[in-house]
Design a protein around this ligand. Structure first.
Ligand SMILES: Nc1ncnc2c1ncn2[C@@H]1O[C@H](COP(=O)(O)OP(=O)(O)OP(=O)(O)O)[C@@H](O)[C@H]1O
Ligand SMILES: [Mg+2]
Length: 523
């Protein structure tokens, strides 16, 4: 089939450029300029608005976007930001005299290149496109590598995490069994003195156990996310506890483990990226120690405030790093580990993350004695202003607070039951097991709020959305999704496009009540 092969090669070689401009004539002239020859290696398509461009990128993709800054100049920076965040294609801005500072801001937002519209020529266009496309590719490759390094570590951690979750799960279960026994005794009138205190005590232990499970699973989910660079306030004590819990099973057969967290302020940073550093440092420390002599070895993580910085140290009594290798350990792909144990990307990525946080990552090591890695992060006082005091929640079902009609949809019956129980004191709740029953319920009565699980077998959150769109569009603004993680491309692109309200599972009663209140309070 030579013909087909040729066509495919030709198609691969043709680059599709989207020209985003109010002026179709501009797109036509760029199309003519960029590839005047008979064999078209570049083809331009006109796109009149940002929304149309995002939709085309979603549907068909493109090799590059050429964005005319004259298109709604006041919104240009936001538009470029949206295109960059969309990430499907590199963005080149088309600028002119008088738009210098605007161009600069667009480049700061991540536009890969710029072109002066007074200097449009075949050579200039192709050079800009070539640069932008290869930079974009390199960046995507880097992100993929970063993510695959994380996933490799995640594989190693899974067994340990299962173990850490099993402990609290075991005592939660045994406490619940005992609660059942005591309650059955009480219901038969055979209660003993102190039974109610016993129940309260065991219920409190259960809640602690579940809190622990929830925080480990939250950490794991956050760690595995590839795109999450959002900055937030981070309690380093909690971050260190959770990442330690994730790695503890790896550590315990090789060393004793100590943790010290001094009086440190919250810092601003990316939770997922900082936990990536800690996990890599702890795993590296573990691998530096041979299995079997855990009493003789120590891994210690500490966190202290030193002047204007928060300093985290991971110290081990492992093999140490020979002087001749000290230069190399921050190089990409440098690893001394067996095939399958390490990729050699951990430390270079950690150093990059530290730099991103305006901090630094250093180490000292002596062969035969051990190694200490030091992560220094500045305390950004301006950003760390204390949060406004939180208003205490009014007592349950207070006078004057309107009871709302809430539809709860989740395929997990036990979870549904517990969510319904949480809300019943405040609102009138209809619980539907699964998307199909949820859609049925919508036809039977009116609702003020819909809380819907995202991932469900057969009729999922997206189907519920489509049903609302088709039959009850006024209810779309009343929808809040619950998500325990998104596992399909279809769902990810739905979330990316629609950007619905989303609460992460496990969800607390207060978070649910707040979300419902936000739906109904005037904005
Ligand atoms: N605490 C340590 N003690 C001794 N050697 C270390 C220590 N930390 C890092 N190294 C050395 O630095 C190398 C590079 O570490 P890095 O974290 O970049 O990659 P890796 O651990 O080999 O693989 P990856 O982190 O990608 O799974 C390690 O292979 C090891 O030789
Ligand atoms: Mg490593």
């Amino acid at each position: 089939m030579p013909q087909l092969a040729k066509t495919t090669r030709e198609q691969q070689a043709t680059r599709r450029i989207l020209v985003v401009s109010a002026d179709p004539a501009l797109s036509a002239s760029i199309d003519a300029l960029v590839d005047p020859g008979p064999t078209r290696r570049f083809v331009c398509a006109h796109s009149p608005t940002l929304a149309a461009t995002l939709a085309t990128l979603q549907r068909e993709g493109a090799d590059a976007v050429l964005f005319d800054l004259d298109l709604e100049e006041s919104k240009a920076v936001d538009s470029v930001k949206a295109l960059v965040q969309n990430g499907k294609a590199p963005v080149i801005i088309l600028t002119r005299v008088g738009q210098e500072s605007l161009s600069l801001r667009c480049l700061e937002e991540g536009a890969q290149e710029y072109l002066d519209s007074d200097e449009l020529s075949t050579v200039n266009l192709r050079r800009a496109l070539g640069y932008a496309i290869s930079r974009h590719r390199a960046n995507n490759l880097r992100l993929r590598l970063e993510h695959s390094d994380k996933l490799a570590a995640l594989g190693q951690l899974t067994a340990g995490v299962a173990h850490e979750i099993n402990n609290p799960a075991t005592y939660v279960l045994s406490n619940l069994r005992q609660i059942e026994e005591v309650v059955s005794r009480l219901s038969k009138g055979a209660g003993k003195p102190g039974d109610l205190d016993l129940i309260a005590d065991m219920a409190q232990d259960c809640r602690r156990g579940v809190d622990l499970i929830a925080s480990i699973s939250r950490e794991l989910k956050c760690y595995a996310r590839s795109d999450d660079a959002a900055y937030e306030f981070i309690d380093l004590g909690e971050l260190i506890s959770n990442t330690s819990a994730m790695t503890l099973n790896e550590i315990r057969y090789r060393a004793r483990f100590e943790k010290h967290v001094g009086d440190v302020p919250m810092i601003v940073g990316s939770r997922s990226k900082l936990s990536q550093i800690l996990v890599n440092l702890l795993i590296n420390a573990t691998h530096a120690i041979q299995e079997g002599k855990s009493n003789e070895n120590l891994i210690r993580i500490s966190c202290d405030l030193e002047g204007e910085d928060v300093v985290i140290r991971v110290r081990d009594t492992g093999c140490g790093i020979p002087d001749r290798d000290k230069e190399k350990i921050f190089e990409a792909y440098y690893t001394t580990k067996e095939h399958g144990l390490g990729t050699g990307l951990g430390l270079p990525i950690c150093r990059e993350i530290a730099t991103l946080h305006e901090g630094k990552l250093e180490f000292e090591s002596t062969v035969g004695e051990g190694t200490v890695f030091t992560l220094t992060l500045p305390v950004k006082t301006a950003l760390n202003a204390p949060a406004a005091p939180v208003e205490p929640r009014p007592p349950e079902n207070p006078e004057g607070r309107r009871r709302l009609r809430v539809l709860l949809i989740d395929d997990e019956p036990l979870l549904l039951k517990s969510l319904a129980r949480m809300l019943q004191a405040h609102h009138d709740v209809v619980a539907a097991t699964g998307g199909a029953l949820g859609i049925d319920a919508l036809g039977k009565q009116e609702f003020d709020a819909i809380i819907c699980d995202l991932m469900m077998p057969e009729v999922d959150g997206l189907h519920v959305y489509q049903a609302l769109e088709a039959r009850y569009p006024e209810l779309i603004s009343k929808l809040v999704y619950l998500s325990g993680g998104v596992f399909t491309d279809r769902m990810s692109s739905f979330l990316e496009t629609i950007k619905p309200r989303l609460l992460d599972k496990p969800v607390s009663r207060d978070a649910l009540l707040d979300a419902i209140e936000a739906l109904t309070s005037p904005s």
